[in-house]
Each structure stands twice: as C-alpha cells, then as structure tokens.
Design a protein around this ligand. Structure first.
Ligand SMILES: Nc1nc2c(c(=O)[nH]1)N[C@H]1C(S)=C(S)[C@@H](COP(=O)(O)O)O[C@H]1N2
Ligand SMILES: [Mo]
Length: 223
C-alpha cells in the first residue's frame, strides 16, 4: 500500500465539527474549511499554451485533439458545488466555470462498449471513473475558479471537477480522456484508495478501513 494511505489509516477519525445549516451537506468524517488546500504529487507543470492540447481517445470513432482556444469556443457553464477531499476537508459552494464534460463529449462518437474513462493529467497523474459519472450536470473541465482564471497550483489552465466523488478524481492539469471497455486503476486507486470514492458512502480506502487523521490536511499548503 502507498505510504500516504498507510499513514492516513493509523489514526481514529475525528468527531465531526460542522456548521448546522450545512450539516446535511457534510459527508461522514469530513470537516468544512474556508481555505483552499493545495494538494498534488510532483511539481506544478508549466505550459506553452500554443502547444497545449486536450486529447480524447481510446474507444471512440476517431480521436480528437482540442486546442485551448477550441475548448473555450465550446458552450461555457458555471457550477456552484461542494467539494470533498479524502484527507477530510470539505469546501462548500465553490464556483467553477468551464465546459461540462458531456458537452465536450458531444463532439465524439463514443463506442457503445466504452464504459470507463481513464483521466490523464500532468505530471504523470491518472485517475479512473465510470463514463456515466462524467455525464451528469456537474462534471466539468474548469478553467476558472471563483470568477478568476484557475491558478496553476489549483490545476490551471484546465482541471477536471467531479464534485460527487472524492477530490482526487478531479485531476488538475488534465490533458486527456481515454475511453475504455474495462476498468483500470489510476494512481491513487492503485495505492490503497477506493475505486468508486463516493464521500457520502465514505469510500476512502480499497480495504474499507476508513481511518484518517483529523489534521492531515492542515499541514498542506493553502491559498
Ligand atoms: N494532476 C494531478 N491532479 C490531482 C492531484 C495530483 O496529484 N495530480 N491530486 C488530487 C488530490 S488528492 C486532490 S485532494 C485535489 C486537490 O486539488 P487542490 O489542490 O485544488 O485543492 O487534486 C487532485 N488532482
Ligand atoms: Mo486528496
């Protein structure tokens, strides 16, 4: 098991402190924060936007390469959603702007046998999820947060936001969607974390032992 998953399993979960009006929106074992923690493996990538592209490939009629300009020309949507990180922080009413994944996928002939997607991101990050989880009205590739261009540390120029799953599924610096017949594990899914990752079912770890220290996330960077 990856050492992060192992370390997080050592400690008992905290008693949940919460904001009464938001209590029904806080998944079990989570704590609200007003700050915005910064979490990732590796270095923040730098891009020449003239060369940047988003690749849609795998079980599709013909693959698609989109420039940032082409992406910005697609219908733009704003969402206001709660987000939940497996390290126990949740953030209410975050506002993102971008292209709904289902609008992005409209430009493809996805093979009917494609049931899963591997999300490819820099630097060398991947996370998997069922295709159906990307087709709802809240899954988007976002380029703006809180009315401003997404900062590099939070995944700019483009990140995935899938608010109904733990936030490691929301790949920062997203570069590709690979359509797959069979499911395949991404980075954290290979390293002790749950394949499905629904916060309200507390699907944190692949072995169902959901212990996570209360203050793990307080040691990370914020802005
Ligand atoms: N490319 C990439 N995306 C990533 C990660 C990563 O390591 N690399 N970490 C994930 C995890 S574990 C979390 S909690 C969120 C954190 O997003 P934030 O830094 O904007 O809060 O990004 C997710 N997306
Ligand atoms: Mo995370």
């Amino acid at each position: 098991m990856h050492k992060k998953a192992e370390r997080l399993q050592q400690v008992k979960p905290p008693t949940a402190e919460s904001i009464p009006e938001l209590a029904h929106r806080l998944p079990p074992g989570q704590l609200w924060t007003d700050r915005f923690p910064i979490l990732h493996e590796g270095e923040v990538p730098q891009y020449d936007m003239a060369k940047w592209n988003l690749r849609l490939f795998g079980e599709v009629g013909s693959e698609l390469l989109l420039s940032f300009e082409e992406l910005m020309a697609l219908p733009q949507t704003e969402i206001q959603v709660d987000i939940h990180c497996v390290t126990r922080w949740s953030k209410a009413d975050t506002v993102w702007k971008g292209v709904l994944v289902r609008d992005l996928f409209k430009h493809l002939k996805i093979d009917p046998t494609a049931a899963y997607v591997m999300v490819h991101a820099d630097p060398d990050y991947e996370t998997n999820l069922p295709l159906a989880d990307l087709l709802g009205d809240q899954a988007m590739v976002a380029h703006s947060y809180d009315g401003k261009p997404l900062t590099a540390k939070h995944g700019g120029p483009l990140r995935l936001v899938v608010p109904h799953l733990y936030f490691w599924k929301s790949a920062k610096w997203v570069r590709g969607f690979e359509f797959m017949k069979e499911d395949r594990h991404g980075f954290w899914e290979r390293n002790g974390f749950h394949n499905v990752a629904e916060p309200f079912r507390e699907q944190r770890f692949s072995d169902d032992d959901s212990h996570m220290p209360e203050d793990e996330w307080k040691n990370f960077d914020f802005d």
